[in-house]
Design a protein around this ligand. Structure first.
Ligand code: C2O
Ligand code: CU
Length: 468
């Protein structure tokens, strides 16, 4: 198996072998070439057939990108898919023009066309990249990869590894169940849930360690709809960052880290077990607990005998966190619809429809403030530098993963528990919960706000806000 790290350092060299490289790609000598195209992946157990996928450079996950904090990053998207696509750099406080949202921040990139993404990631942390056009289909087919922004002075660890989880719906023949794309049941219930869980594109993924090591694990949930909880057998992980942003280190309850779709966590795992031992990586899918791989200790070697220093907070990012709560802009976001909590009617593209007509003719079953799907006008227009409070009320019978583009947000009020102090780009909401989040509107542009359960987004749970 090639190691992902060695592939990354070979990027510039590999560009020449790509079919698009000859086609008017001037000044891209050092840009990473990401070709969205078909490929095959071995997602099922050994002995089972391969799965035709769509992937960046034909692989799933797409290559692990590592780039230094505060330095320009360049990637060229080459679209070799049969439909238009884009790349969204999820969680990065990016220039709006590079956010990759089809029909909001850029035109979708047609088949056989290219797009140059150029930006400087301001914050270190664990992010990811994926399409933002027909995301419900393109992501489910395998278009995603980890995007790691490295601290100038990272904490000392013995290994720094990504574990990227996905949930696929695959038939016995190994093929993705295409017939169910856009299926109305998924759209109106919990989204497209799968039947196969993978870690880094494999049915099981082992992590080799040595006794005494400290390993930084970057957990990413790339599933379309599945909320997962990840645990590490006899180990006690310490969370140091969520959605890329540092947090005061803490031990999650029960040693399990919950990740809604699109959420990430950086954890420090001290390998306190014996030389030669093994311990399962357990993923609770809400229905069952799966062994997704193992922590495999070297049979004879040990890293160190002395104990490690306690885990400290990661270096701060330059993200503005000062909130001026004296005069905030208050925005209400009323989330309605879906099975068992149908609305009677909602607006779609400026017209009001009853729920049956809307569902049948436009496949919209969810609404924000009574509007299904992307409105022409923003949810709110915010002057640069203002503090914003968004009061999100989940009036549906389903959980959601509310993702803010361009800004990270912090809970300031929660209807069921004390608000958490963490800065997140994706907020998990259970049915009936009301959560108020706050952020400092420092990043000008048109930013999406949507549910990252992608069938919900397609079914109406998407809006946008404008800053500046
Ligand atoms: Cu991860 Cu709007 O997307
Ligand atoms: Cu949702």
């Amino acid at each position: 198996m090639t190691t992902r790290r060695s592939v990354i350092t070979g990027l510039a060299a590999s560009a020449a072998t790509l079919p698009f490289a000859t086609r008017g790609m001037a000044q891209t000598g050092t840009a990473l070439q990401l070709e969205a195209r078909t490929g095959k992946a071995h997602l099922l157990e050994t002995g089972q057939p391969e799965t035709p996928i769509w992937g960046y450079n034909g692989r799933v996950p797409g290559q692990e990108i590592r780039t230094p904090q505060g330095k320009p990053f360049a990637a060229d998207l080459l679209n070799a898919l049969p439909q238009p696509t884009t790349i969204h750099w999820h969680g990065i406080r990016i220039d709006n023009a590079m956010d990759g949202v089809a029909n909001l921040t850029q035109a979708p990139v047609a088949a056989n066309k290219t797009f140059a993404y150029r930006f400087t990631p301001p914050d270190a942390g664990t992010y990811w990249y994926h399409p933002h056009n027909r995301t419900w289909e393109q992501l489910a087919r395998g278009l995603y990869g980890p995007f790691i922004v490295e601290e100038e002075k990272p904490p000392t660890v013995d290994q720094d590894l990504v574990l990227m989880f996905d949930d696929w719906r695959i038939g016995d023949d190994g093929a993705i169940d295409e017939a169910s794309f856009g299926n109305f049941h998924d759209l109106s219930h919990s989204g497209r849930l799968g039947n196969i869980l993978t870690v880094n594109g494999a049915f099981t993924h082992d992590v080799p360690v040595k006794a005494g090591q400290r390993v930084r694990l970057r957990l990413i949930n790339a599933a379309n709809a599945r909320v997962i909880s990840v645990g590490f057998g006899g180990h006690s992980p310490i969370v140091v960052a969520l959605d890329g942003q540092p947090v005061d280190p803490f031990k999650p309850s029960g040693g399990e880290i919950q990740l809604a779709p699109a959420q990430r966590a950086d954890v420090m795992l001290d390998c306190v077990q014996d030389v030669g031992s093994q311990s399962p990586i357990l993923v609770d899918t809400g229905r069952e607990k799966l062994e997704a791989g193992k922590i495999v200790y070297h049979p004879t070697e040990r890293q160190r005998k002395t104990s490690l220093q306690s885990v400290t907070r990661l270096p701060a990012n330059p993200m503005p966190t000062a909130l001026d709560d004296s005069n905030p802009i208050v925005v209400e976001l009323d989330m309605t619809g879906g099975a068992r909590s149908w609305f009677e009617s909602a607006m779609y593209r400026g017209k009001t429809y009853d729920v049956r007509t809307l569902a049948r003719e436009h496949r919209k079953v969810w609404a924000f403030n009574g509007i299904a799907g992307m409105p022409d006008k923003p949810l709110t227009q915010i002057a640069l530098g203002k503090t914003v409070h968004v009061r999100m009320r989940n009036g549906t019978a389903w959980p959601h993963a509310m993702h803010f583009h361009g800004h990270h947000v912090r809970e300031i009020q929660h209807s069921k528990r004390a608000p958490l102090p963490h800065w997140r780009d994706t907020v998990y909401m259970a049915p009936d919960e009301t959560i108020t989040v706050a952020f400092h509107a420092h990043n000008p542009g048109k930013w999406m706000l949507h549910c990252h359960m992608l069938a919900h987004q397609a079914g109406g749970m998407g809006t946008w806000y404008e800053v500046g």
